[in-house]
Design a protein around this ligand. Structure first.
Ligand code: BGC
Ligand code: NOJ
Length: 808
């Protein structure tokens, strides 16, 4: 069942009912000011940091679900309704929510009045626009009242949700009514330590306003039935303390056929300390006026919306395909890349499942995310690499997380996730392959953000690789530490206390728990580092690491192979995990994907084929590839969080989407195009759209986890948007299935798609040159550039736009 459809021309997903199984959300914003918006208008805004600069309030896991957000109440002929359906919940005559790239439009109607509410954040501005256009389609003149409302958060979202003894006293506002409209300013804590305020305005004379939530809603009411709307009366008072809101009342008369538009702006302004005040106690409103002058009229809104569309067109023009398969095209050309950008902007901070208050930027998450957005914003990828690197310590260890505002490592979570350091060479290799900017290797980067400790990025990479080599266990495999990619495989943490962190309570330093997954990573990313060394001047170092990688691959073949698949790990007692010898958890997906991606056993008849056949047989379901099987039915002290989840959920045998593309890539590496594509499509949103009632999450973006075959809710998706799945599936689709892969030497073209793909066009902007690629199936591989035959499958770096023809 579907709840909408893709409009590929407009690059939108059009939702046709507010009754989606879950809120289906979108992101607004591209630089500093961001908002989340659901298909019923819920969500919130923040400036740069969803925890410390929260502008509007949102209650996660609230009742009813998804209350608050952008509230608009239209009262016409005694009936009150909302253009986004919520908050008023009045059934609409028609409803549509169009989620586009950086904007969302609600088109609805009731009793002959239609509304179009468009929400977006202009590129380069710190404000969200909500333009409401009302059209009277009836034969009679209508007298309409429109009431708006937003609820301010008292900036620090954690404090706002917990420290009530203080924050019921701190709320401060100002309101001004001018000829052009009304602006309500939120200035809590501005008097002392904040140099920023927020405001909410409308560009139209008002007949009333409210600033107190309590007065606006009235006793015992929710956002669906505020007293102010029910009784048609605003308080017109500036309130103090409690819960500050901003609400405007506008009265409109619309003749038959007549149309009018109102522009609401939710803005954020930061001021230099000395310019904060207009006079004592009165804030300096100049920056707000200036901002409004740039955005507030209809023409300016149109212009800003066009700018936004152009911004996205230009970003997305770097990789486009016409493959003959609409679903593949719409994912690759639009939604996949869009999600990669959002993930770049948000990391794991703010979604409907990440509260924006918890995790900082993950070291491994950010490095992997980069694989998906480096071609979109290489300059910002460079910056991100240097930020991440600066959190490394001089012994090569890496903080598992860092805070985006301070860029400091997060001491609460600490270090010792032993896969972390190896993701950095992966990111740097991807960055240089994309840009050719080897100069980055010589950038001075400090340790642990301490000035004066700078060494080159190159040296940091060496430390990353040596970090693994210095921590090998009894089988010559890397020690796992607190966990590896699988945060829940906590082999040195024997936790029996509820509430204790599975990851940070490392209380059993066994010195023997080893990870075959990290071994695979070392072979893959150690070699990528060696490739960089070889090309950019350190041949000895390259030879040292190639040799170490070969040795590691050998250790995997000897001690990491179970007969039909790769073993997952050795626990603190030296016992195998992910082996047929185990009662449960006999096979895990991660080492199968990673070891094959690393090239271990890919020779014909080698281990790789066997491992992938085992994945097919034991882990594959119609909804995707499960993380492990059979699921753990009991808690295992020696395994940690993985066994804490009920069978079939999350890391305990859920379909963890993030590593499904590894299996698809591995299938490509063994030349199995059909299964590679099948693995890709099983979890791909566009292909599962028809089953939206089962998956329940948005059909235009990836989510983290789909309940696995042993779960009672098999097929149900959770945790949409902010997941490493975005980057990895884009790598999978663009570099392996469509086969356009940046390398240090140039663009490699090696598509691997099922036989029904006969002719594929791809346009790729790579190192400032446009590659116009035509792929045809003939049964034999050949490659020409501007008519000239190329040996092998890598196109040497071009200096002018070129036409590439490939036969496969
Ligand atoms: C989740 C993991 C996640 C980790 C982050 C765990 O509870 O299962 O998926 O990576 O928390 O700390
Ligand atoms: C989500 C985390 O963000 C990621 O870093 C981790 O690899 C996966 N969960 C698997 O545990």
């Amino acid at each position: 069942m579907k709840y909408g459809h893709f409009d590929d021309t407009a690059r939108e997903y059009v939702i046709n009912t507010p009754y989606t199984p879950l809120p289906w959300i979108n992101y607004l914003g591209s630089e500093d000011f961001f908002s989340i918006i659901s298909n019923t208008g819920g969500g919130y805004s923040f400036y740069r940091d969803a925890k410390l600069r929260r502008i509007t309030r949102y209650r996660y896991n609230g009742v009813p679900n998804d209350a608050g957000g952008r509230c608009f109440y239209i009262t016409d002929g005694g009936v009150t309704w909302s253009p986004a359906f919520l908050p008023s919940k009045t059934e609409l005559d028609s409803y549509k929510c169009r989620h586009g790239l950086g904007y969302t439009v609600f088109e609805s109607s009731k009793n002959g009045l239609s509304s179009e509410l468009c929400a977006f954040i202009p590129v380069g501005e710190n404000c969200e626009i909500n333009r409401l256009v009302l059209t009277n389609n009836s034969g009679e003149t209508k007298k309409i009242s429109v009431v708006s409302a937003v609820e301010f958060c008292l900036w620090n979202a954690v404090d706002d949700a917990s420290n009530f003894q203080r924050n019921f006293n701190t709320g401060e506002l100002e309101a001004i009514d001018c000829e052009k409209g009304c602006i309500i300013f939120h200035k809590t804590e501005y008097r002392e330590r904040r140099n920023h305020y927020a405001y909410f305005s409308v560009n139209r004379p008002i007949t009333g306003y409210d600033t107190s939530r309590e007065v606006f809603l009235g006793k015992f009411n929710g956002w669906d039935t505020p007293d102010a709307v029910k009784y048609g009366k605003s308080a017109n008072k500036v309130s103090h303390g409690w819960a500050p809101i901003a609400s405007h009342r506008v009265e409109i008369i619309l003749k038959p056929g007549e149309k009018t538009s109102l522009v609401y702006v939710l803005g954020y302004c930061e001021l230099p300390k000395e310019e904060k005040w207009e006079k004592p106690g009165i804030i300096n409103k100049k920056p707000a006026f200036e901002q409004l002058n740039r955005v507030e009229s209809d023409t300016l809104v149109d212009k800003a919306l066009n700018n936004l569309k152009e911004y996205w067109s230009s970003l997305l023009s770097k990789f486009t395909t016409q493959s003959g398969d609409d679903k593949l095209d719409r994912m690759v050309n639009i939604w996949h890349q869009y999600q990669c950008m959002v993930t770049f902007n948000m990391s794991r901070s703010a979604s409907y499942y990440e509260s924006g208050m918890g995790r900082g930027m993950g070291f491994r998450d950010s490095c992997q995310d980069l694989l998906g957005f480096v071609h979109l914003v290489p300059g910002r990828a460079r910056e991100r690499i240097l930020d991440i690197t600066a959190t490394q310590k001089d012994d090569g260890s890496c903080w598992h997380q860092y805070q985006p505002l301070t860029k400091q490592g997060n001491a609460d979570v600490g270090i010792g996730f032993n896969d972390d350091p190896l993701w950095l060479p992966a990111a740097v290799h991807a960055y240089i392959s994309e840009t050719g900017d080897a100069g980055i290797l010589h950038e001075p980067v400090p340790f642990d953000c301490k000035e004066g400790t700078e060494v080159s990025l190159f040296e940091h990479l060496r430390l990353c690789v040596d970090y693994t080599l210095k921590r090998l266990g009894p089988h010559g495999l890397p020690l796992i530490g607190r966990a590896d990619w699988n945060d829940c495989l906590n082999l040195n943490c024997f936790s029996e206390e509820p509430g204790e962190s599975f990851q940070t309570t490392a209380n059993f330093e066994s010195g023997v728990a080893e990870s075959v997954f990290i071994a695979g990573m070392f072979v893959l990313y150690g070699r990528q580092y060696a490739e960089i060394c070889e090309k950019y001047g350190c041949k000895d170092e390259a030879a040292r690491i190639y040799a170490a990688a070969d040795k590691m691959a050998e250790a995997v073949r000897t001690h990491g192979w179970d007969g039909e698949w790769f073993i997952r790990a050795y626990d603190a007692y030296g016992k195998k995990i992910g082996s047929k010898e185990c009662k449960e958890g006999q096979i895990f997906i991660e080492p199968q994907g990673m070891c094959v991606m690393a090239g271990i056993g890919v020779e014909p008849g080698g281990l790789a084929r066997k491992a992938l056949d085992s994945v097919k047989e034991r882990l594959t379901t119609e909804y995707g590839t499960c993380l492990l099987s059979p699921c753990y039915s009991e808690y295992h002290l020696e395994l940690g969080e993985v066994s804490s989840y009920p069978p079939g959920y999350k890391e305990n045998g859920g379909i963890f989407c993030h590593n499904n593309p590894w299996v698809s890539i591995a299938e490509v590496m063994t030349g199995n195009a059909d299964e590679a594509f099948a693995v890709y499509t099983r979890i791909c949103p566009a292909y599962r759209e028809e089953r939206s009632e089962i998956h329940r999450v948005e059909p235009y973006v990836y989510n983290q986890m789909i309940a696995g075959q042993e779960a009672p809710t098999f097929g149900e998706g959770k945790n949409s948007w902010l997941t490493g799945t975005a980057a990895w599936t884009f790598v999978n689709a663009s570099q392996y299935l469509l086969g356009v892969q940046p390398t240090l030497e140039g663009l490699r073209i090696a598509p691997c798609l099922p036989n029904n793909f006969n002719e594929i066009k791809i346009n790729r902007q790579y190192r400032d040159v446009n590659y116009d690629i035509l792929i045809k199936r003939t049964g034999k591989y050949s490659l020409t550039v501007n008519g000239q035959k190329i040996d092998g499958d890598v196109i040497p770096i071009q200096t002018a736009d070129c036409r590439v023809e490939v036969t496969i």
